[in-house]
Design a protein around this ligand. Structure first.
Ligand code: LLP
Length: 419
């Protein structure tokens, strides 16, 4: 993206060069481009006419400022916990534009969502349906419900993030779904409005999406014959981004095809739940080289960010581009493993990268705006990095670095010293 690239030999996020950002906010540091987030959001909006809805998947990046930005641009939200619901409400999102996904919603989460008046529960099992019926009855409310169906398509993505095959824990199998829809239709405190699916994440071609969509539309038709009229069809998220130089997913083609399919079903409002596609390429993790350690055939570049800050390489063997602040330090013959300070062999960001860097240099790990900070932990008692949102020349701190006091808040010693 031209908003996150070299300008005059220096790596920039919009008009802010990364070395100045590190000087001002310290290292390591998450930085997001407001312009890129909005560009990604508007690309979806452009091919997605009303009444169809977009519910940003909060789990990808749940910083309050980013949720607020998206809420101000008309976003609904896909949440998976009571915590995410509270974030959305705090950021100014409308409860009525929230869909609630997740395989094991707790009683407290269901109560909270009913009290808030969310737009839809994406129900994943018959047992969950019964629990929602009981709670809604006790609260004398109607719960808006969609049933998540597992359409059994192979999304051809990493096995840990494929969700739409028979072998996965998600949704109700298509072959068992009909009686559950009929049951939902008959329950007094359930307002059955629709069906949903989500076949996986980081999907790079339109076919599996369109295959799943066709199966879902067929289900809508079949249910109609049984007297069940659905008005809402949520096809989930999963739009892949090009982490490597590769053919990107043709989003406009997919969205246009969906809108076309939906023309045969005028009663249906479509919903999508994009997460990664909105924030991944809008964020970088900046890190500073602490030491260089030569070995026989490569250097270890030891940086101040670790797997606790960005776990995707360790967890999914994900490839992230790593660029030096100075363009003239790119490339060269020297091979480097970029590794962190955490005591695990899996603590790496990249292997065998061509870079010509020194102690003190700043590196940008790209595409870290989705499933970066939200998956960060305090492993090794490391405070999580601050987050900064850049717009043009302005850089705004949207989350402070965690302090030691943050880390031990809520812990108790067995007794005070000397007692
Ligand atoms: N809707 C549902 C029901 C989901 O489970 C997910 C993601 C999304 C929407 C958003 O999917 P997206 O558009 O972001 O692909 N931590 C992994 C990704 C896990 C995705 C889990 N579900 C990663 O870093 O690759």
């Amino acid at each position: 993206s031209e908003l996150i690239d070299y300008k005059n030999g220096q790596f920039h996020i919009e008009n802010c060069d990364v070395e100045s950002l590190i000087e001002r906010f310290s290292s390591p540091l998450y930085v997001y481009s407001k312009g890129q987030i909005l560009k990604n959001w508007r690309e979806f909006q452009q091919y997605w006419p009303a009444p169809h809805k977009l519910c940003y998947a909060v789990k990808a990046n749940s910083n309050l400022a980013i949720l607020q930005l998206l809420a101000e641009h008309g976003a609904g939200f896909d949440i998976v916990s009571g915590g995410e619901l509270q974030r959305v409400l705090m950021a100014g999102g409308k409860a009525g534009d929230v869909v609630f996904s997740g395989v094991a919603k707790s009683k407290d989460e269901i109560i909270m969502a009913l009290e808030a008046g969310i737009g839809c529960f994406n129900v994943e099992s018959e047992a969950e349906l019964e629990r929602i019926q009981d709670i809604a009855a006790a609260m004398d409310k109607q719960a808006p419900v969609s049933l998540r169906v597992n359409p059994d398509v192979d999304a051809k993505t990493h096995p840990y993030i494929a969700t739409g095959m028979k072998a996965n824990k998600f949704g109700i199998s298509m072959s068992l779904a009909k009686p559950v829809f009929l049951k939902a239709h008959s329950l007094p405190n359930i307002n059955l409005i629709g069906a949903d699916c989500h076949i996986g994440s980081q999907i790079m071609t339109a076919e599996p999406f369109l295959d799943a969509a066709q199966r879902m539309f067929n289900l809508v038709s079949e249910l109609e014959k049984d007297g069940v009229q659905l008005t809402h069809l949520d096809l989930g998220g999963g739009f892949g981004v090009a982490y490597q130089p590769e053919e990107p997913l043709d989003k406009s083609f997919y969205l246009k095809e969906l809108v076309k399919l939906a023309e045969n079903y005028p009663q249906i409002t479509l919903v999508l739940e994009p997460g990664r596609a909105i924030t991944a390429d809008a964020g970088v993790l900046l890190t500073t080289v602490e030491y260089i350690k030569p070995s026989e055939d490569k250097n270890f570049v030891l940086v101040d960010a670790g797997m606790n800050d960005l776990i995707r390489p360790s967890l999914y063997q994900a490839w992230h581009d790593i660029l030096p602040a100075h363009e003239n330090k790119r490339g060269g013959d020297q091979l480097n493993d970029i590794v962190g300070p955490v005591c695990e062999t899996g603590d790496f960001f990249g292997h065998a990268r061509h870079l010509n860097v020194q102690q003190g240099d700043v590196l940008a790990i790209k595409h870290a705006g989705a499933y970066g900070f939200t998956m960060a932990s305090n492993y090794n008692s490391r405070g999580r990095p601050p987050e900064v949102l850049v717009s043009g020349d302005n850089a705004t701190l949207i989350r402070e670095r965690e302090s030691f006091n943050d880390l031990v808040r809520g812990e108790h010693l067995l007794h005070q010293e000397g007692q």
